[in-house]
Design a protein around this ligand. Sequence first.
Ligand code: FAD
Ligand code: EPU
Length: 345
Amino acid sequence: MSSPAFSLKKLHTFAIETRAEKIVYAETPQEILAAWRECHQRNLPFLLLGEGSNVLFLEAFSGVIVVNRIKGIAITESIDCWHLEVGAGENWHGLVTYTLQQNIAGLENLALIPGCVGSSPIQNIGAYGVEIKDICEWVEILELESGQIKRLTAAECQFGYRDSIFKHRLQHGYAIVSVGFSLPKQWQPVMSYGDLTKMDAATVTPQQIFDAVCHMRRSKLPDPALTGNAGSFFKNPVITAEQAASLLATFPAAPHYPQSNGDVKLAAGWLIDQCQLKGYRLGGAAVHQQQALVLINAEEASAADVVALAHEIRQRVGKKFNVWLEPEVRFIGADGEKNAVEVIS
Ligand code: FAD
Ligand code: EPU
């Protein structure tokens, strides 16, 4: 079989050369459906993509990549809230800046997160004290088998830390086509994280929070336009209170965040950093100097380099702390998603 024809290098932020049989840019739900039906008929793998900022292509994709470019932002209001209805293919950061320009606050903590609006509910994107679950009102999905569009309430999305129903029961056979957000007119700044805690709640403006978030992010996260990466490569591990007590007895300096159910979230970046892995390089892949949770394409990395590096990190952290990291990044094989933990184990 000849190698697939179309390069994916510019369609994902790791910027690793790989190919697909076909790429379709869909501007409407009908175009997504038509592409899916063609795949179904020809028995070809089908993969939806936003901006490719949370994927690692392990090899050439032997099917059709459908790039979601459904656009549109509509704003309505009720007595208490602004309501946004946003096409899944809108750029996330573009939405954040657009709402701020309209004097609508509430998205500023989530500035500079790469990717599309339609991908935001999938892992319940979050940063600097805010997650999508705090502001999402509904998600509209296209059921590919029936062609019907259905609206899920935020509660039905079952949001959790880097998790939602779209990673489980609704992972296959559905495309997210639009997302609804509800932003209270009575703005409450969220200043619980990092440098934001130093700001004055009485005088702070949404624009100042936006600027501070952009500054913090630019100081530690690599810009994918310059250096290939997919943000945090691993999720922060969540362990039981007993496991946390035992780990903290040996490593009292470990950053830890108690969760509402009694579990404790650890900082994977700190665990990796403690293994002296900042800057560590394997082939063309490396651990980012400023943030050990980010793996970068330092120099023409292959997917195999990234997988080997992730394996090494998981082993070293596991042996030192008995905590076994799991990728946040989604691994895509020739015919669809692979179990990332199995790939790096
Ligand atoms: P893609 O990578 O294109 O897709 C992700 C997954 O969703 C794939 O499995 C894909 O098949 C599926 N998918 C895509 N579109 C659809 C659709 N319409 N319907 C159904 N399935 C679909 N994340 C955070 O939460 N917080 C951060 O602070 C953060 N910072 C980051 C910083 C950097 C520098 C980078 C590179 C990434 C960061 N991320 C962060 C991760 C990433 O931005 C998010 O996961 C984002 O939501 C991915 O959007 P995307 O459009 O690029 O998704
Ligand atoms: N740390 C180190 N060394 C490192 C990295 C981090 O000691 O190399 C320590 C920090 O000093 C801090 C703690 O670990 O005490 C947490 O670090 P940071 O504030 O940078 O956040 P994070 O837990 O590494 C998470 C998200 C990010 C999100 C930030 C800000 C996950 C997996 N990652 O990172 O999301 O932007 O918080 O809220 O939850 C992403 O998902 O791709 C992403 C970038």
